[in-house]
Ligand binder design. Structure first.
Ligand SMILES: [Mg+2]
Length: 429
């Protein structure tokens, strides 16, 4: 049994942030379901709890949402306004302690060590004060979790939303984790084999077994959920909510290979940015714009946050196959990564980043270096190479590297492409 507060950290997270911001400037919408839409007004990117209660989900198409809740307010997004509210919120939070790690536009971690003495209040009272101040001064609600590590604080705030305070001292960690079912989907089957089903099971697993099953990153999380803080606060700039790569194709086409090639190139560029910035994405949305400018999109929920080209490519391919209609004329396409998190934190999923992803990252960094030195797209997915781009400079040389995920898209063409090189086999990954 460990001491209650050898370290203290808070996770403070706004509830339904974009929709709450809209409620602030539209007081007439109070009590009504609110949905904030994507840039093209195609799907719901955020909703308040009234909308959630009606079954509306984030990334649901507007069409489906309106069927469920015709009386809800559907508003275009205003990211500048959300940014202003976010800045206001963080300035209130910094009054309690300026030592905060801004984790995304609407959430942060706060160092709570010494804060009780400073304010002469318990953690419970401070958390309630923070919630009250934000509510009174801005008009939105936040949920606060306080525990001995960042991971536990985040699990705590998420366990009691909206407008909740959850305090988990060292001695109550075990009891608290017993009620947390969340276990990473990606490793769930493997862990179930060893009878590790809940966060509590995971915390009570032997260290050597965790290391054997999940490696170094699994071990980091194991320490964190056991109350041993190994992830320090990082005072870095906020995370983007989403990252996108999209463009018109410069032609109207019905050709599946051409569209796949454009998507493949977007995928490479997006993944290379994620890796360079040490970020991970949990969801990948692919959209196609028809000749009529009508857009359709499909979102893939990844098993866990990743920046592996192989996994993102596979998700893009899956979405594309679901979207593409034979004979339909398309003019544009793109991909959007959302639920962005930092590689080194990886608290979103209990078992975050796995070995294979680390290998893929190393590879991607090498690809970035080559492309920087020899020109963009020197190393690119085979599918992207099939695209005729009149605007691109010819590169110095074509290095025979192919992404296996892309080979599936146009197997015949890619295989022919591969055969034109010798020794390509060893370059597959
Ligand atoms: Mg939030």
């Amino acid at each position: 049994m460990q001491a209650n507060w050898h370290n203290a950290v808070a996770h403070i997270d706004a509830d339904g942030f974009y929709a709450s911001c809209e409620a602030v400037r539209h007081p007439e919408l109070k009590g009504r379901p609110i949905c904030v839409l994507s840039n093209q007004n195609a799907f719901v990117v955020a909703k308040n709890y009234d909308a959630k209660a009606l079954g509306i989900k984030t990334i649901m198409s507007v069409h489906d949402a309106k069927r469920l809740a015709p009386h809800a307010a559907y508003l275009p997004p205003d990211f500048r306004f959300y940014g202003q509210i976010s800045a206001k919120m963080f300035s209130i939070l910094r009054r309690y302690n300026p030592q905060i790690e801004v984790y995304s536009i609407d959430e942060c971690f706060m160092d709570m060590n010494g804060i009780r003495t400073l304010w002469r209040k318990s953690y419970n009272q401070i958390a309630d004060d923070i919630r009250e101040s934000v509510k009174r001064e801005i008009g939105i609600t936040v949920s606060v979790g306080i525990s001995t590590t960042k991971t536990l604080a985040k699990i705590a705030s998420e366990s009691n939303k909206p407008d909740g305070t959850t305090i988990v001292p060292g001695k109550r960690i075990d009891r608290f984790l017993a009620d947390i079912p969340g276990i990473g989907h990606s490793r769930a089957a493997l862990l179930c084999k060893f009878n590790i089903r809940t966060a509590q099971d995971f915390a009570n697993t032997k260290q050597s077994r965790v290391k054997r099953l999940l490696g170094r990153l699994g071990l980091t999380l194991w320490h964190e959920v056991n109350g041993q803080s190994v992830l320090p606060l990082e005072m870095k700039p906020p995370l983007p909510k989403s990252m996108a790569r999209a463009a018109s194709m410069g032609e109207i086409t019905t050709d599946r290979t051409t569209i796949a090639a454009h998507l493949s190139r977007h995928t490479l560029r997006l993944v290379s940015e994620l890796v360079a910035k040490k970020l991970l994405a949990r969801r990948i949305r692919v959209f196609l714009t028809c000749k009529s400018f009508e857009a359709a999109s499909v979102e893939i929920h990844l098993d866990f946050s990743t920046n592996s080209l192989k996994k993102v490519s596979a998700a893009v391919k899956q979405a594309f196959l679901a979207l593409y209609r034979e004979g339909e004329a398309y003019r544009g396409c793109g991909i959007v990564a959302t639920h962005i998190s930092r590689q080194e934190s990886a608290t979103e999923d209990l078992f975050g980043l796995m070995h294979e992803d680390i290998r893929q990252q190393k590879l991607m960094l090498a690809v970035n270096r080559i492309n920087k030195r020899h020109g963009n797209h020197t190393v690119a997915p085979a599918a992207a190479k099939l695209m005729q781009n009149p605007y691109s400079r010819p590169s110095h040389f074509q290095y025979p590297v192919f992404w296996r995920a892309d080979l599936i898209w146009n197997k015949k063409a890619s295989e022919a492409f591969c055969r034109s090189y010798e020794n390509t086999g060893q370059n597959y990954f």
